[in-house]
Design a binder for this molecule. Structure first.
Ligand code: PNW
Length: 453
């Protein structure tokens, strides 16, 4: 480009941050080691009938012991950043009180190892593994305050080396999918009044967490969230449908991301909930609306939206058909454009200073080849499609700074156990051997050239 003066239409901006992501309970194992406290997911996965095959995270990828191997994997992949989460219950086994030095030391070793390998850590403080000792879990408002205390402590410990801290991962998953539909821990199906209160405690924990992180951080540490807002693709790329997408994003995420970006619940949400609306205390909304340095979103799927003036919100979310293409997880409909429209709609409405894709990836029913490798051409197809639309966002100058593939390696996929695998590295769960899949070869080439291949 420098010699010809022409823009390479497939290239990403210089310094685009390519990364890979994992989460503590999905990879660490060692659930009883060095004073770690029990979590909601330990209880849930050991409750018969809750997780496929009775699988648990007791051993998972054994990353608590093999983190150096994982760092070597990241290094060989050539990525510049690693997103991982901290297990709250390793730091505060009872969720609060005295910190556990051995748990803290593990993350010190991990962060130092990453930095020595030239890999930037992006840390999530809460990726669903809630200390079991906290009474009532997210039904209890006190959990939000306990989270803020933990966030403050971890920030003070790590922010000399960690410059990107995310409060929580995916509000909808640890509230609605855990307390309303109940597929995830603790597996409750509560009435809407209580669900709305759980949602409120989730966004409140985020907001109090942001304030705590800012108060405790060394200079230069940026604060964000890794959320999974519902996002949509316009039926046709015309103004009316694009505006309908923005209205849909704002409305459908009213209890989560919209509240965070606007510091208020929308009247439409409160009116729709009526007597089931959450109890909000003075100061809550100000905390929830605390300004962020960056916004990270996890992007997997989304529906098409069309403008529809006959509907109260002015938009219509088109249903999926049984034959719509999807990956191995039944919810994972293929929707590559959603990565572009998610970034664009959010940017046009709320102008976050910087955005990242904190997760994107897919499950496939991998087959081992005779040579012991996985040639996951479907995952390459999926990633190439999504990243093509990510490239459009970057090319148009939207403030997208980086991308983290989910996941670095096969791991414990929550209620699906080890039956749905998202890794770009295959893990043999008997030997713990990690082997690059075809998709890892493809991703390595993308990172190396910084352009679509
Ligand atoms: C995310 N949905 O979860 C999580 O952040 C990861 O821990 C998880 O392994 C990954 O995506 C793959 O599932 C989601 O139903 C779970 O739309 C469910 C949905 C989306 C994301």
């Amino acid at each position: 480009a420098a010699t010809t003066g022409r823009v390479d239409p497939l290239a990403f901006p210089d310094n685009f941050l390519w990364g890979a992501a994992t989460a503590a309970y999905q990879i660490e194992g060692a659930v009883k080691e060095d004073g770690r406290g029990l979590t909601n997911w330990d209880i849930f996965s050991h409750t018969p009938g809750k997780v496929a095959n009775g699988d648990t995270g007791d051993v998972a990828c054994d990353s608590y012991h093999r983190y150096q191997e994982d760092i070597a994997l990241l290094k060989a992949l050539g990525v510049k950043a690693y997103r991982f989460s901290i297990a709250w219950s390793r730091i505060f086994p009872d969720g609060r009180g005295q910190p556990n030095p051995k748990g803290v030391a593990y993350y010190d070793r991990l962060v130092d190892g990453l930095l020595a390998a030239g890999i930037t850590p992006h840390v999530t403080l809460f990726h669903w593994d809630l200390p079991h000792a906290l009474p009532g879990g997210w039904q209890n408002r006190d959990t939000a305050y306990a989270f803020a205390d933990y966030a403050s402590y971890m920030t003070a410990r790590l922010s000399d080396r960690v410059k990107h801290i995310m409060t929580v991962n995916e509000l909808r998953c640890f509230t609605d999918l855990s307390y309303m539909t109940g597929g995830k821990a603790p597996g409750l199906k509560l009435p809407m009044k209580e669900v709305n209160q759980v949602r409120h405690h989730g966004v409140l924990a985020h907001g109090l967490g942001v304030q705590a992180i800012r108060a405790a951080a060394k200079s230069g540490t940026q604060v964000g969230i890794a959320d999974n807002p519902n996002i949509y693709v316009p039926a046709i790329e015309t103004t009316d449908h694009i505006e309908a997408v923005k209205r849909a994003v704002r409305e459908e995420n009213a209890m989560f991301l919209t509240a965070i970006m606007e510091g208020a619940y929308r009247d439409t949400y409160l009116a729709a909930q009526g007597k089931d609306a959450p109890v909000v205390k003075a100061g809550d909304m100000r905390a929830i609306g605390s300004p962020l340095d960056f916004l990270s979103i996890n992007v997997y799927t989304g529906n098409t939206v069309r403008a529809d003036t006959a509907k109260p919100g002015g938009y219509d979310i088109l249903p999926r058909l049984p034959q719509s293409p999807r990956m191995a997880s039944p919810w994972l409909y293929v929707s590559p454009e959603v990565i572009y429209w998610g970034i664009r709609a959010i940017h046009e409405m709320w102008k976050p200073k910087a955005m990242y894709i904190s997760e994107n990836g897919c499950s496939t029913d991998d087959q081992l080849s005779a040579d012991g490798r996985v040639y996951d051409a479907d995952r390459v197809m999926y990633l190439r499609n999504y990243i093509t639309h990510l490239q459009r966002a970057a090319r148009e100058g939207l403030p997208i700074k980086g991308y983290f593939v989910w996941s670095l390696m096969d791991n414990f996929e929550w209620e699906d156990g080890y039956t749905k695998l998202f890794g770009i590295h295959h893990v043999d769960f008997k030997t713990q051997k990690r082997t690059p899949k075809l998709s890892a070869d493809w991703y390595r080439e993308l990172v190396r050239t910084n352009r679509l291949v």
